[in-house]
Design a protein around this ligand. Structure first.
Ligand SMILES: [Zn+2]
Length: 297
């Protein structure tokens, strides 16, 4: 099913779970993400960053994801991740992305508000929802993503930002990083609670990779509805390719086999995140399902 990202996230907000936004860059990554979502019976967000525009045929990619989403049994949304250029956002809207992230986090609050507001007006006219960020997510290890200065989100500014821009969901910087942590993660969950008390729209956490499970569960309980994951998936695929390359007989293997196995190497990582984000145990408890009975099924 093709779904608007906002529909997916509003349901997550009401149901107190989070949806995985997997960063993709190839057919195999998309197939892995949708296949895992179907197996786990959970919605999924396919996220392509503006930084991949030079190497990915954006219109062709969108058509491919739309076709795959159309025959999927679960809700699938197509999201533009970290876009800095208005032209990229318009391009994504024109070819059917269901949400866009405008990243004006490098600007001061006033300018971020003005720029984001303009994007929201354009996107909403096309029925496309908008994510934006205030504060800034720093970069850890093995990351191919944005390097912010790590400024945490100020709750009062978040309230003003959402009210004045009309964004549909907000990325809050609470100490997670893009990529893997180089030291002990310092995630400010008390700050997240304060942001949530000021902001009614679904909140987004960037930097799912390497974040401890209990922190993720607590963040979901504190209002996080979408969690972006990139690096851990890339690391699983790269580790798989290196293992192939180290095997002396690998030169005789056909590329199609290597790529199929690479997809399989990403799926367990994605499954781990989808299960964690779905908060199944809590959901069943809320629905009054006896957990012991459920486990024995
Ligand atoms: Zn990010």
């Amino acid at each position: 099913m093709r779904f608007n990202t906002k529909q997916i996230l509003v349901d997550a907000q009401q149901g107190e779970y989070a949806v995985a936004a997997f960063n993709v860059y190839s057919l195999e990554t998309v197939q892995a993400a949708i296949s895992v979502a179907e197996k786990e019976n959970q919605p999924v967000i396919i996220a392509l960053g503006e930084r991949y525009f030079p190497t990915v045929d954006v219109e062709g990619f969108a058509a491919l994801v739309q076709a795959m989403a159309g025959k999927s049994r679960v809700p699938v949304a197509l999201h533009l991740d970290h876009a800095y250029e208005k032209s990229s956002i318009i391009r994504a809207i024109r070819c059917g992305f269901t949400s866009v992230m405008y990243d004006g986090s490098k600007f001061d609050l006033e300018e971020n508000i003005q720029r984001t507001k303009e994007i929201v007006e354009i996107a909403h006219k096309a029925g496309v929802s908008v994510e934006a960020e205030i504060g800034s997510v720093a970069r850890g290890a093995f990351s191919d993503e944005e390097d912010g200065d790590g400024t945490l989100t100020d709750p009062e500014s978040a309230k003003r930002f959402v009210a004045e821009t009309g964004v549909d969901f907000l990325a809050a910087a609470i100490g997670t990083v893009h990529g893997m942590y180089t030291g002990e993660p310092k995630i400010d969950l008390a700050l997240l609670e304060r942001i949530r008390s000021e902001v009614q729209v679904p909140l987004v956490l960037h930097g799912g990779s390497g974040t401890p499970d209990d922190v993720i569960s607590q963040a979901i309980r504190s209002g996080i509805c979408k969690i972006n994951v990139n690096t851990e998936i890339s690391m699983a695929a790269v580790a798989h390719l290196l293992k192939f390359a180290a095997d002396a007989s690998a030169s005789k293997v056909h590329l199609s086999t290597i790529m199929a196995h690479m997809q399989q190497s990403m799926e367990p990582v994605m499954t781990k995140f989808v299960r964690l984000f779905a908060q199944m145990e809590r959901k069943h408890r809320r629905m009054g399902i006896d957990l012991e009975e459920w486990d024995s099924l």
